[in-house]
Design a protein around this ligand. Structure first.
Ligand code: ADP
Ligand code: ZN
Ligand code: ZN
Length: 802
């Protein structure tokens, strides 16, 4: 096989296929699928990924592969297949699908070095090449005339490593280590030959006689009060030797983790884990939903399932939402599995992520805990994939390739014949519906640990506050309860929906909100035209001057930011110490941890924040949680708004009273009678599911229908309208009767960064030709997409509908 099939790093339709390159003699038998190469492409030399090898080509003259970047594949065969599938599913370029699976560092070419590993004998010619050094520049190897094949063999046995030199800060760090070069008996003999005055040498040799393990040179110098020259003398005598050991930039290196033991499972946990262990035993693929209220011991079930996977010599992927990747969560996994765990989250630098990835690739860890992209961990013996908080929308990538980690998990689970466990207290409707139908196996945990109950939720009707003359955004009850906690030196969490979404109009007297009669979503206020529009179907009404329900004139635009709440809070309770957490206060790296740290140490009384404080927090002293306005969650123009409200309220409530002190939750709302708010206050997921499903069916939304969202944007509004109109007309003419194509409609966020945004929404049950049709659209506009400012994004199963 002397031809490599290469996907090149040029994202375009013409180049969205493998190109053939001749493999030059020096790389013959060395190049494998999954390796990166540099190839000539037009006048340039670019990066590409080898996806296959062949002997046959239609071309008569092939250009040669210019350079091979890896001696070991960076993508496994399974991941190459996943890349194809993902490109197909998300309508992305194959190059984008391959690159999304790799750490940033591997998306470019870096200088390489060749390092020998400690204690390995190398063939003569390599000994000559290294000439006493531990590492050399790759170019030196290339000039040596030694074959790539020989180098590759040594890389495969682990006696040599290739290192990518990723700029000074990001590059691999090594530390010099000292170890004995002779056996203890030989060292004893050497002791005899030492002169009496050589105390320092004696100390060192004695140390290595009793403890032959390698020691970092620096530590040796410090703890033996010795010098580098003493060590050098012993090395010259052939008694000690030095090598470089890679130190991983472990972000948790400064913390020690207390080892934890598995709990004896409760009866309920036993029942839930039994089918998982059974499937693991049989090495079968199956998707299971672990539906359990917060604090019911789901994580313990995950931990013990993973233990079984490790015991079988296999590997586990554990996904948690980015926001839940708090030290607390990491601690539980590190505490149970120690150094067998790699952690991947966005706060790591590119170099740190690369380090963690390499530990996975080398098989040094068996467990990965990480956010969305950890689903691509290059394991080859996957035994289980677990997705905690499976309903979280952060599992969907919002840029190309727009994959959902849940779908990738199921794909990989099928390939590896292993189970996929989806866990949540409030599963997505899609998942729960599948579990109810029996497509997924349903496992339930209904009780909290230690008979603890969920905190009591009190709904406060803000309309009544207004009628009683209280115009503040704090109800009287909430204010009193906060004062009470301040007096008791207990802590409070106040939750506000993220700002910028205040696109709706509500009557403050009766809570009435105008909804689209066709789509069951809140209509979006357009200031310029003084009108309300449905951004799914374009239905439009003019802005009323009084409430259509109660004729009050208090109908207006709604919404407040966290900053505003903080100001009001400071006026209301000047003695309270407030920590505010929102996008503005957490922009800097580490700010998130810093603020939470302050609150955790009791340096503040109130934590005020957006979504980002809803999850994973676990503070002993929090006994009150307040939700400022549940309505601003409920009235985002999204068919999932009720589901999101239910999930968020449940999650926020879970922040209170997690320990010995009982907790209380206050939810302020103008619509306490709304089923999602009412049922969240009694934690009744099943009832919520039933009610919400009826609406989904009536208005043709998932899980009854699939949705595809096409969003067009351009600085020129007419252009956007025209293109969207064409797309709508084209799709309408091609799709079946059963499907509904809505649009062109201005998106709820109609203008972002001076670009107008319009959309077309397709609701369908079965449209096998859909991807082909949409691809034709992209191809038709390809030149404009490249040269003009036109953008068309296609999102299958979208979660962001703004
Ligand atoms: P969830 O993941 O469902 O929120 P956790 O697994 O975090 O629940 O469990 C809640 C608490 O109960 C944790 O502090 C955990 O250590 C503890 N716990 C879990 N399982 C057991 C058990 N079988 N026996 C005793 N304590 C347990
Ligand atoms: Zn009204
Ligand atoms: Zn509508």
């Amino acid at each position: 096989m002397n031809i490599a099939r290469v996907i090149v790093d040029v994202p375009s339709f013409q180049t969205n296929r493998p190109f053939d390159y001749r493999i030059p003699d020096r790389y013959e038998g060395v190049i494998q699928p999954g390796m990166r190469v540099i190839v000539p492409f037009g006048p340039r030399k670019i990066l590409g990924y080898v996806v296959g090898l062949t002997d046959e080509t239609d071309l008569n003259r092939l250009k040669p592969v210019e350079e091979l970047l890896d001696l070991q594949p960076v993508l496994t065969t399974e991941l190459l297949g996943l890349g194809d599938w993902m490109a197909e599913q998300t309508l992305s370029f194959r190059i984008s699908a391959l690159q999304v699976m790799l750490p940033q560092v591997l998306k470019a070419k870096y200088k390489k070095e060749v390092w020998r590993n400690e204690g390995e004998d190398l063939p003569e010619q390599f000994e000559r090449l290294f000439a006493g050094r531990d590492g050399i520049d790759f170019t030196e190897f290339e000039r040596s005339g030694i074959s790539y094949h020989q180098l590759q063999k040594l890389v495969q046995d682990g006696s040599i490593e290739i290192e990518y030199i990723v700029k000074s800060k990001e590059s691999k760090k090594t530390t010099p280590m000292i170890q004995p070069a002779k056996s203890p008996i030989e060292l004893e003999e050497a002791l005899v030959d030492l002169t009496k005055s050589a105390h320092k040498q004696r100390d060192l040799i004695e140390h290595f006689i009793s403890e032959p393990e390698p020691v970092p040179k620096k530590l040796l110098v410090e703890s033996f009060q010795t010098t580098a020259s003493t060590i050098k003398t012993l090395m010259d005598k052939g008694l000690l030797e030095q090598f470089n050991q890679e130190i991983y930039r472990d972000p948790y290196k400064n913390r020690s983790f207390e080892r934890t033991e598995a709990f004896e499972l409760t009866e309920e946990q036993e029942e839930a884990i039994a089918p998982i262990l059974d499937v693991l035993e049989k090495k079968q693929h199956e998707v299971m939903l672990l539906h359990g209220v917060t604090g019911s011991g789901k994580t313990e079930v995950y931990l013990q399932s993973i233990q079984q996977v490790i015991d079988q010599g296999m590997e586990a992927i554990m996904l948690v939402p980015e926001i839940a990747l708090t030290p607390m969560m990491v601690e539980r996994f590190k505490g149970r599995f120690g150094s067998r765990v790699a952690v991947l989250h966005s706060a790591l630098s590119a170099g740190e992520k690369y380090d963690e990835w390499r530990r996975i690739q080398r098989g040094e860890v068996q467990v990965v805990v990480g956010a969305r992209s950890a689903i691509f961990a290059p394991f080859t013996k996957l035994g289980i994939i677990i997705i905690d908080e499976e309903h979280e929308t952060s599992y969907k990538q919002e840029e190309n390739p727009r994959y959902h980690a849940r779908d990738v998990a199921v794909y990989r689970g099928e390939q590896h014949h292993c189970p996929v466990i989806l866990g949540s207290a409030t599963p997505s409707l899609e998942t729960f519906a599948r579990a109810k139908k029996g497509n997924y196996r349903m496992l339930s945990l209904t009780k909290r640990m230690n008979e603890a109950s969920m905190p009591e939720v009190e709904l406060i009707d803000m309309r009544e506050e207004l009628h009683a003359g209280n115009r503040s955004m704090f109800s009287r009850v909430l204010k009193e309860k906060i004062e009470d906690r301040l007096a008791k030196k207990e802590q409070v969490v106040l939750f506000l929906n993220r700002r910028g979404y205040s696109t709706f109009v509500m009557c403050r007297d009766c809570g009435f909100v105008i909804e689209c009669p066709h789509c069951d979503i809140t209509m979006t206020y357009h200031r310029k035209q003084e009108s309300l529009k449905c951004h799914y179907c374009s239905h439009e009404v003019s802005m009323p001057s009084e409430c259509p329900e109660c004729e009050s004139d208090s109908i207006r635009y709604f919404g407040t930011g966290t900053q505003k709440v903080e100001e009001v809070l400071q006026q209301l309770l000047p003695e309270a110490r407030v920590v505010r957490m929102d996008v503005d206060t957490t922009r800097r790296k580490g700010a998130h941890e810093k603020l939470l740290g302050e609150f955790g140490r009791g340096e503040a009384d109130i934590l005020l924040g957006t979504q980002m404080i809803a999850k994973g927090l676990d503070f002993q002293n929090v006994t009150l949680v307040g939700v400022m306005t549940a309505d601003s969650l409920l009235n985002i123009p999204d068919f999932r708004s009720a589901e999101k409200t239910f999930q968020l309220l449940t999650q926020v409530s879970g922040r209170a009273g997690r320990h010995t002190k009982p907790g209380e939750v206050i939810v302020q709302t103008y619509t306490p009678e709304h089923y999602s708010i009412e049922l969240a206050s009694t934690y009744d997921y099943h009832q919520f599911f039933n009610q919400e499903m009826q609406l989904r069916k009536a208005f043709r939304y998932p899980p009854y229908y699939f949705i595809t969202l096409v969003t067009v944007s351009h600085p020129n509004q007419l252009k956007v309208q025209e293109v969207t109109q064409k797309i709508v007309a084209f799709m309408r003419s091609k799709l079946s009767e059963e499907s509904v194509t809505l649009g062109p409609t201005p998106s709820a966020l109609t203008r972002i960064k001076n670009r107008y945004r319009y959309q077309c929404m397709i609701k369908y049950k079965h449209e096998p030709e859909q991807r082909k049709l949409l691809k034709r659209i992209l191809q038709y506009y390809e030149d404009e997409l490249k040269q003009d400012q036109l953008q068309i994004s296609i999102d299958f199963q979208p979660y962001q509908l703004m």
